[in-house]
Design a protein around this ligand. Structure first.
Ligand code: MF3
Ligand code: CO
Ligand code: CO
Length: 292
């Protein structure tokens, strides 16, 4: 007897050539890891001052604009390296530093994650192919604070299952954001995301989580996209963190390419992601990386 299982499109992406690291003009303010590649963790208040929040609104807006503009360049035949160059140049032209560049040694200014790549794909010489899905993750550092957002784009004509995956992943982010409320535990967010994904038989990646953000790229707040009672931190007005669910067509577990960065699904089924940087407000949430 043979079971009829849906056939998942899988295993399409191979590593390409990675071009040399790009530089940022000396006049641009650099985060502390930019030269060493070493991220040192500092103590940083979870509840941000009005001044930090105002600067994060500006960094968040810039990240969102760059994501929109690099996303507009997505097309069959374009290499992820070309998208990285565009991203890098737009960020530098805005007087900002591309946060991924040399963060723990990451070699590029943008993360590009195609099909079965879950996250942290390194831009390279691979051309996007009609039918791919590609996540672009843009983070900028300006006025001493980071803004972080990502979205998954369709390359040409994508099959029905791929379009559905991307649509449901966006819904997961929106439901996670709707669960942000002062006085409630962070675990409400993962519950909302996981309920939606599992109801529709998708996987939820567990190893990578949303994170506190501000003067540092990743602070100590963790935002799991699945339900766990351990996420008991109570949300408070003034806290800033990301929500960035990674949703899979098949198995939610990951393994890594030899580059040590590129995370792919163990079954090579596709994964999609969307991300915003958020501020908890007195009555709910403000999206810092949303364009008006
Ligand atoms: N932007 C990613 C995030 O959402 C982190 C990228 S880290 C890098 O947290 F080193 F890969 F750039
Ligand atoms: Co993030
Ligand atoms: Co990001």
């Amino acid at each position: 007897m043979s079971l009829k299982l849906p056939r998942l499109q899988s295993g399409t992406v191979r590593p390409g050539r990675v071009s040399p690291m790009r530089s940022v003009p000396a006049a641009i303010e650099r985060p502390d890891y930019a030269d060493s590649g070493v991220r040192t963790r500092r103590k940083e208040p979870r509840v941000k001052s009005p001044d930090v929040i105002e600067r994060m609104r500006r960094s968040g807006r810039l990240a969102a604009e760059v994501l929109r503009d690099v996303g507009a360049a997505v097309a069959p035949g374009v290499t992820t390296d070309e998208l990285d160059i565009l991203c890098h140049d737009l960020i530098v032209a805005a007087g900002a530093y591309p946060s991924p560049l040399n963060y723990s040694g990451f070699p590029k200014s943008l993360c590009t994650s195609v099909n079965e790549v879950i996250c942290h794909g390194i831009p390279d010489s691979r051309k996007l192919v009609n039918g791919d899905i590609v996540n672009l993750d843009v983070t900028v550092y300006r006025e001493g604070v980071h803004g972080d957002c990502n979205a998954t784009f369709l390359v040409g004509q994508v099959d029905e299952a791929g379009r559905k995956l991307v649509q449901v992943t966006k819904e997961c982010l929106d439901l996670g954001i709707a669960a942000v409320r002062p006085g409630r535990p962070i675990s409400d967010i993962g519950r909302a995301i996981e309920d939606h994904a599992h109801r529709l038989h998708y996987g939820v990646v567990r190893t990578f989580v949303g994170h506190g953000i501000g003067e540092q790229f990743h602070t100590d707040i963790e935002v799991p996209h699945y339900y766990t009672p351990r996420a008991r931190l109570i949300m408070e007005a003034g806290m800033t963190f990301t929500i960035e669910p990674m949703i899979t067509e098949g198995d939610h577990r990951e393994e890594f390419w030899d580059d040590g960065w590129t995370a792919v699904t163990v079954d090579r089924s596709r994964s999609a992601q969307f991300e915003h940087t958020l501020l908890v407000t007195s009555n709910g949430v403000e999206i810092l990386t949303e364009l008006p």
